[in-house]
Design a protein around this ligand. Structure first.
Ligand code: FE
Length: 281
């Protein structure tokens, strides 16, 4: 790699709550959906106060996209209308393709301690929005990993990094989802196709990206351009952990209403009608 993407803008995220009152930070908000196409949302949650998470996310529907939940610490039970059930814990990933419709719940299985993780929403191409629902849990030990000569440890949740194929691949959106743990002062380089949208979220320490310092709890949106062939992140004088996420934009209309993301208002209305009529389960 010869030319690394700089950070175009730094995003703080918005404190909010969702589900039955789970406190979280919405890092990727609705107004960034076009800029970060094919990604629709990134929520970061992290608390050692049970009141912030204990009620979880009771039964709710989704249609038209995929949800990827990455649990750094904690235990969450998932159940859905297709009869799937799974326990997501420390370092595990749940990848769910809502497709034409899923009703599910996500409920913490702990009454104390730290609950920390991320939920990312990845759009589906228009021709796949009504596909059959799919879901899989990956335990931490099942996720592909690599370690660079500098001692950088990378979990490859989706896509490919340094020859290691991730747990999930998708043709239409070509998602790259890496969790990168950098020792103090170490750097990590990742190739990125020029047309893909990409961002970095720092959740421990701080990193330098092409001369810009990105502190913890910040998202850096990476500049696009044919002159760049990748990204390089370097930890400061403390170890750092970052998510590096990229994907191929769909360049299709995005219409979101709550848990439904479709291409037209009529399709959203249809989703509501199907949900009310019990056709999403
Ligand atoms: Fe959900």
């Amino acid at each position: 790699m010869s030319s690394f993407r700089p950070i175009q803008s730094v995003v703080n995220g918005v404190p909010t709550s969702d589900g039955a009152g789970v406190k979280l930070t919405r890092v990727l908000t609705q107004h960034l959906q076009r800029r970060l196409d094919p990604y629709l949302m990134l929520d970061a949650f992290g608390s050692d106060q049970p009141d912030d998470y204990i009620a979880g996310f009771p039964d709710h529907p989704h249609r038209g996209f995929e949800t990827i939940t990455y649990m750094i610490a904690g235990r969450m039970l998932h159940r859905d209308s297709a009869g799937h059930e799974g326990l997501l814990e420390n370092g595990g990933v749940q990848w769910m393709t809502a497709g034409r419709g899923v009703i599910h719940s996500e409920i913490p299985q702990q009454e104390e301690g730290v609950m920390e993780g991320f939920q990312l929403w990845l759009n589906l191409p228009s021709h796949d929005k009504l596909c059959a629902p799919w879901y899989r849990d990956f335990k931490a030990s099942e996720l592909p990993r690599l370690t660079t000569p500098e001692g950088v440890s990378v979990t490859v949740i989706a896509g490919e990094s340094h020859g290691v194929i991730g747990a999930v691949q998708r043709d239409g959106t070509q998602p790259l989802y890496l969790d990168v743990h950098l020792p103090a002062g170490a750097s990590f380089e990742q190739a990125l196709p020029a047309e893909h949208n990409a961002f970095v979220y720092v959740y421990r320490g701080a990193v330098d990206v092409a001369g810009t310092t990105l502190p913890a709890q910040r998202m850096g949106i990476l500049q696009n351009g044919p002159e760049f062939d990748g990204v390089r992140v370097q930890a400061g004088d403390q170890p750092a952990r970052v998510l590096l996420i990229a994907g191929q934009p769909l360049n299709e209309p995005i219409v979101q209403y709550g848990p439904f993301v479709m291409n037209t208002p009529e399709q959203i209305q249809q989703a509501f009608n199907d949900y009310r009529a019990g056709r999403l389960a």
